[in-house]
Design a protein around this ligand. Structure first.
Ligand code: PBG
Length: 329
């Protein structure tokens, strides 16, 4: 006898498929990363991220208004720091008049309701391209977290709603939370990159900000002493639970697609919102394959974003946010 249960009944047409669909992506899900540069009227395409740009502050206002009108309500800011302002101490990172601090004010001024999140890490400010201060070939942990907490405070003072530490030093969430509390910034949130892997998928991002580790003697060639080993799963839970104890409001897994098992593990283990960063290399791969005509760009984009959400992401930071939202609305 034919089976009593025929699963294809629920796939017969789009009406029934949409009725039983378990995962739906919406503009509410996204954080939009933005790259900012000094200058006027600058909109530079990033070579390894086709269709993605660095903007000067005057043009970012228009961009942010456009995002808001599409229903995108949060941005994550990154700045490209001029070479002459880089050092091994992160001095420019805490400059109240620095590009990041001005960018926060510019975005808040353009669209006050837009949630402004800021990357907190030293790499764009480091002459060595590392997320921390270097001494004797090592990335110093506690000296770095001291600067990172000052950096987070300066972003909060400039008006950031959330700071997003992406450095993977130990104890940085505690240091940042403590300083924010001491200084009265009780409502400034922390989105922690809690399970951030030492991934080769960050290449295009480092092109965008010119922030790759430099090739010099006694400078670590990669970020493996602070970012996580891609082979590890349980460690991701340990890192994430510690960040929550230290005061993280939102935790994040990064990159996305290769780490969806981690996303599900963490979603099941915690009771705070879980974000996923679909990183620059993931964006670049889809763009490159689509350019060659080898993949259907829009279909693959939506499939990956849906997969990230299905795996357990409550929030997705993605360079595809704008394109995806235009397509689904
Ligand atoms: C800085 C930072 C990086 C990314 C986000 N914040 C680069 C890195 O850690 O080397 C990568 C984002 C992307 O690839 O899209 N610490």
């Amino acid at each position: 006898m034919y089976p009593l249960r025929r699963n294809r009944r629920l796939r017969t047409n789009e009406s029934i498929r949409s009725l039983v669909r378990e995962t739906v992506i919406s503009p509410n899900d996204f954080i939009v990363p933005l790259f900012i540069v000094e200058g006027k009227n600058v909109k530079e395409e990033i070579a390894s991220m086709p269709g993605y740009y660095r903007y000067s502050l005057d043009l970012i206002e228009k961009e942010v208004r456009e995002l808001w009108n599409l229903g995108l309500k949060s941005v994550l800011l990154f700045v490209k720091v001029p070479e002459n302002l880089k050092d091994n101490a992160g001095k420019e990172a805490i400059n109240p008049e620095g590009l990041m601090q001005r960018a926060i004010k510019t975005v808040k001024n353009a669209v006050p309701e837009m949630l402004v999140m800021t990357d907190v890490a030293l790499d764009p400010y480091s002459q060595y391209g590392h997320d921390g201060i270097i001494d004797g070939g090592k990335v110093l942990n506690d000296d770095t977290t001291a600067v990172l907490s000052e950096m987070a405070l300066s972003h909060a003072k400039a008006g950031a709603d959330f700071v997003a530490p992406s450095d993977m030093m130990d104890g940085r969430i505690f240091e940042i939370r403590s300083l924010l509390e001491d200084e009265g910034f009780h409502d400034t949130g922390i989105l922690s990159y809690s399970a951030k892997y030492a991934s080769a998928f960050y290449g295009p991002f480092r092109d965008a900000l010119d922030s790759a580790p430099v090739d010099a003697e006694n400078i670590p060639k990669n970020k493996k002493t602070y970012q996580m080993d891609p082979a590890n799963r349980e460690e991701a839970i340990r890192e994430t639970l510690m960040d929550i104890e230290e005061g993280a409001d939102i935790v994040m897994v990064k990159p996305g697609l290769c780490y969806l098992d981690i996303v599900r593990d963490i979603k099941n283990a915690v009771n705070v919102p879980v974000a996923v960063y679909q990183v620059s290399g993931e964006y670049a791969m889809i763009k490159a394959a689509a350019e060659k005509g080898w993949l259907d760009h829009d279909a693959v984009m939506l499939e990956q974003l849906t997969a990230i959400k299905r795996a357990g992401a409550d929030i997705i930071a993605s360079y595809f946010a704008k394109e995806a939202v235009k397509l689904i609305s």
